[in-house]
Design a protein around this ligand. Structure first.
Ligand SMILES: Nc1nc2c(ncn2[C@@H]2O[C@@H]3COP(=O)(O)O[C@H]4[C@@H](O)[C@H](n5cnc6c(=O)[nH]c(N)nc65)O[C@@H]4COP(=O)(O)O[C@H]3[C@H]2O)c(=O)[nH]1
Length: 908
């Protein structure tokens, strides 16, 4: 049955009754119909009346709205049209079957679907009631659209699932032992439990500085239907990277493949409907991105996004925490493994007790954790609180700020320990100060090295005494002190006498030993507060702090001289040394270090000029003298080339024959400005400056040429003695030089004699004797000069074989007045006799001296009594006239004559 029923004029529900009665009944019926119709129209469900053939007899407005039909257009249509196409055939069959076996009653059918006019399908529930009428069964069908209810139910289900997922994920976060395990766990759960078809996490490459993602994902689970990773590239560029850059979750829906980008089209083809990229940020730092794919079109609706964002936050926090913990573990390991000592103290407790020390602390200090925990770190100072750095340290602790100080501590074994200490306050979680962390750096070795360098820079390596640098400091300090206290100080310049000779002749090792001994002796002679410094060579300087005056300084100097003069035994060589000292006083002789030193030096040179072992206080005119000496040294250097040197000749007379048997060549310097200068005024200078070597060569050459000239002049020339300075023996070829000079003059060795001084004994005696032997082999004779004045041992001297011994002037001078002088002279004569050596007395000035010596067996004389040194021309006259001494009588006659002194007379 088909009815064209429109909602405005609904079809009658029943046939009208009999006429009379009928009119009332009709009215009542119409009223009832109107009520039913009202009910129908008010119903939210779609309500249909359908006949047995399936034609819609009536449909309410809700039905037209629900199925998308215009008002009235449903009537007459087959109800099957409202069933989804796929179910339509089954529905028809079902309806036919029912028609064949009609029955009363009602049914409720769920999980059905309706199809709208536009073809769209919606979930529906249907209630059916059957009325069997004569014309057939009429079915009342109430259809309810349950889309919204289903959607809500689905959302609820999803929410529950998500909550379960979150819970499980959080459990995984907590339980994970490592970052990778945690990420893998989350990814796996999201895939298995959350039903996401692909889940992966990409992390920021921590080795890159610009938050770039690592090339490979940290974890990835993909359903097999999504095999192949071509789509992932597009996903990465379109979702993952922008999400990270924008720091917000980005979603993408794939409706159908048409018109979509390659990657999303590919995913849509493979049944995927939505994608999301969730950035992971931990404490504001980009960590990575969590990416998900789902076949559910609503998979990333608002609620799901919310849940996933929470999960992403948890994951980010978990990674951050894992990293922080790994960082902590790493830090702990680093602290444990650090070679630096680490000490943590409790800043809140009195005395800051130690709460932690690392193994490095024990290695450095020797104290293990067990011994120090609970103590104050102060114990390391071992009571040494007199350190400036401690002020800074305690102030920093008080002010709760970081500081760095260098401290002197003591190790457990008592050895000194220098540490560089970095102290930093460390806050508690609530921001208040909780601890101090102190890092110890053992700088003992560096400190030792620095001290060594400082010592080297300020001390003389040979003697360990302060050097010029430190002396200057000490001088300044002493001057400042004296100025403040209105007191004085003395500066002593000390120089070892004849040190150069010792050094040159015995070698530097010997000289070094001597310097060390002198250094010790000088240091032993003064008080602790005084300074002894070595400036170099044999130059020492002493500062006597706060002396009472010149007398006290003189007493100290006397003590020094005495101490230094004590005999020294060096490798079996008995050595008597002495030093010369010059003193300047502050403020009298200078107010600054330079002036005091210069003046003490000038005084020292003056002392040297006085002779060995003396001292002198500075006097104003001294500087001129020193300057004069320097000028003289410069002049002497030029004297040779300018021909200012000449030789004078002093005859030596035989005491038996009275004849001139020899002569001594004595050097003179005819200075253009100062006139004739005697050797005593420049020989020492020449020796000290080394000029004596070329000068000595000149003497040898000139002496030889002079003999040659006299001989050529037909004069009977006696042997000529020349003086050899000890310094000349340092040239190994001295003998060769002599031989060459003789050869050049065409002379044999007998023409010359060399005069040696006792100071030769200070030289390397082996070397000297070897040279002397060569000289002797050349036929040259030898005389020992100034015998008895030297400081060498007799035993030493005896190793040098000489032909003549010269009794020194000083004994001859006093020979008649001083018993000691006479005894020495006699002893020399006796010794010479016993050795078979001739004796010559020098400095004989009087007849009485001559008589005494002649009488005691002295062989020869030299002295003013007969003649002083003469220029060559004058000496030539002596030779030409063959002058000599004539003796008035024999020695016996002299004895008889009371006026023995007159027995000798000077030959004319
Ligand atoms: N009081 C007094 N003095 C007398 C008398 N007779 C001689 N004299 C001085 O005694 C010195 C003798 O020389 P010397 O002992 O070898 O002592 C020499 C010698 O050691 C050294 N000398 C001189 N010429 C040379 C030289 O060519 N080479 C070296 N190395 N030294 C030289 O200089 C020293 C001093 O020489 P001169 O001043 O010439 O002094 C000479 C001479 O003038 C006298 O009767 N009374």
């Amino acid at each position: 049955m088909k009815a064209d029923v429109s909602p405005g004029s609904p079809a009658p529900l029943a046939e009208p009754p009999e006429a009379a009665e009928g009119t009332r009944s009709l009215v009542a019926l119409a009223a009832a119909e109107a009520r039913y119709r009202g009910v129908l129209e008010a119903a939210a469900d779609a309500i249909f009346l359908v006949d047995a053939a399936g034609s819609i007899l009536l449909a309410n407005s809700s039905a037209e709205r629900m199925f998308g039909y215009r008002p009235g257009s449903l009537s007459g249509l087959c109800i099957d049209l409202l069933v989804p196409e796929s179910k339509r055939a089954a529905h028809g069959e079902h309806r036919a079957h029912f028609d064949a076996q009609p029955r009363h009653g009602s049914r409720r059918l769920t999980h059905l679907a309706g199809q709208r006019r536009d073809g769209s399908v919606f979930p529906a529930e249907i209630s059916l009631s059957y009325i069997i009428e004569a014309s057939g069964t009429i079915v009342t069908c109430a259809v309810r659209d349950v889309s919204e209810r289903d959607r809500q139910a689905l959302a609820l289900r999803r929410l529950n699932a998500s909550l379960r997922l979150i819970h499980d994920c959080n459990a995984a976060l907590v339980r994970a032992g490592s970052e990778s395990e945690m990420i893998a766990g989350i990814v796996d759960r999201l895939h298995r439990q959350g039903g996401y078809s692909a889940v992966w996490v990409e992390l920021v490459d921590r080795s890159s500085s610009d938050a770039r993602l690592a090339a490979e994902p940290a974890a990835l689970v993909v359903a097999s239907s999504l095999d192949g990773d071509l789509w992932r590239r597009g996903f990465r560029e379109q979702l993952t990277l922008p999400a990270l850059e924008q720091a917000q979750a980005l979603t993408c829906l794939f409706g159908s493949a048409g018109g979509l980008a390659d990657w999303s089209g590919d995913l849509a083809d493979r049944g995927q409907r939505a994608a999301i990229a969730l950035p992971l940020f931990g404490r504001g730092v980009a960590i990575g991105v969590l990416n998900l794919l789902t076949p559910e079109p609503q998979g990333f609706d608002e609620a799901a996004c919310e849940v996933l964002e929470d999960l992403a936050d948890d994951l980010a926090y978990g990674i951050f925490a894992q990293r922080a913990e790994a960082g902590m573990r790493l830090l702990k390991r680093a602290v444990e493994a650090s070679a630096n000592g680490v000490m943590i103290t409790d800043a809140l407790k009195h005395d800051h007790p130690i709460t932690y020390v690392n193994p490095g602390f024990e290695a450095i200090t020797g104290y293990g954790a067990g011994a120090v925990l609970g103590n104050s770190g102060r114990f390391l100072l071992a009571g040494d609180h007199d350190q400036l750095a401690l002020n800074e340290l305690s102030q920093a602790l008080r002010e709760r700020r970081a500081t760095q100080v260098t401290l002197r501590c003591l190790r457990k074994d008592g050895s000194p320990l220098w540490v560089e200490l970095n102290v930093s306050p460390v806050g508690s979680a609530d921001g208040t100060l909780g601890h101090f962390v102190s890092v110890f750096h053992d700088i003992s070795e560096r400190r030792r090295y620095e001290e060594e360098l400082e010592h080297q820079a300020n001390h003389d390596s040979l003697t360990g005494l302060p050097n010029r640098n430190l002396l200057r400091d000490r001088q300044q300090q002493a001057i400042a002190y004296a100025e403040r206290h209105d007191s004085s100080l003395a500066l002593l310049a000390v120089d070892i006498d004849q040190f150069k000779r010792v050094n040159n002749s015995h070698g530097h090792g010997y000289g070094d030993q001597l310097l060390r001994i002198v250094a010790e002796r000088l240091a032993d002679s003064v008080r602790d507060g005084d300074t002894v410094a070595r400036l170099g060579g044999d130059e020492f300087v002493m500062i006597l702090a706060d002396p009472l005056g010149e007398e006290e300084v003189a007493r100290v100097i006397a003590r020094i001289l005495e101490k230094v003069a004590q005999p020294i035994d060096l490798d079996g060589h008995a050595l008597a040394i002495s030093c010369s000292i010059g003193a300047s006083l502050f403020p009298r002789d200078g107010r600054d270090p330079e002036t005091l030193l210069k003046n003490a030096d000038a005084a020292m040179h003056r002392a040297k000029a006085r002779g060995r072992g003396s001292f002198h206080f500075y006097q104003a005119e001294m500087n001129e003298r020193v300057a004069g000496q320097l000028a003289m040294e410069a002049d002497l250097g030029r004297a040779l080339e300018r021909g200012e040197l000449e030789l004078h000749y002093q005859p030596q007379v035989d005491l038996l024959s009275g004849k001139i048997v020899g002569a001594e060549a004595l050097l003179r310097w005819r200075h253009p400005a100062r006139g004739m200068i005697a050797p005593k005024d420049f020989i020492t200078l020449a020796e000290d400056s080394g000029l004596i070597v070329p000068i000595g060569q000149w003497v040898i050459e000139t002496a030889c040429q002079q003999v040659r000239a006299w001989r050529d002049a037909g004069l009977a020339t006696p042997r000529l003695a020349i003086n050899l300075s000890a310094r000349q023996f340092q040239s190994d070829d001295l003998a060769e030089q002599l031989a060459a000079a003789l050869a050049r003059a065409g002379l044999d060795g007998g023409a010359l004699e060399v005069e040696l001084t006792e100071s030769l004994a200070l030289q390397d005696i082996g070397r000297v004797t070897a040279i002397l032997q060569k000289i002797r082999q050349a036929g040259v004779t030898m005389a020992m000069d100034d015998f008895g004045t030297g400081f060498s041992s007799l035993a030493h001297l005896l190793r040098i074989t000489v032909d003549r011994i010269k009794i020194d002037r000083c004994f001859v001078r006093d020979i008649l007045s001083d018993r000691t002088a006479a005894a020495v002279a006699l002893a020399v004569i006796a010794m010479a006799k016993s050795l078979g050596v001739k004796v010559i007395a020098e400095g004989v000035e009087t007849e009485a001296q001559l008589a005494f010596l002649r009488e005691r067996g002295c062989d020869e004389l030299q002295g003013f009594y007969f003649s002083g040194p003469l220029p060559s021309e004058e000496f030539e006259v002596l030779l030409r006239e063959a002058r000599g001494l004539s003796f008035a009588g024999s020695s016996e006659a002299e004895d008889e004559d009371d006026g023995a002194r007159t027995l000798l007379q000077r030959g004319v």
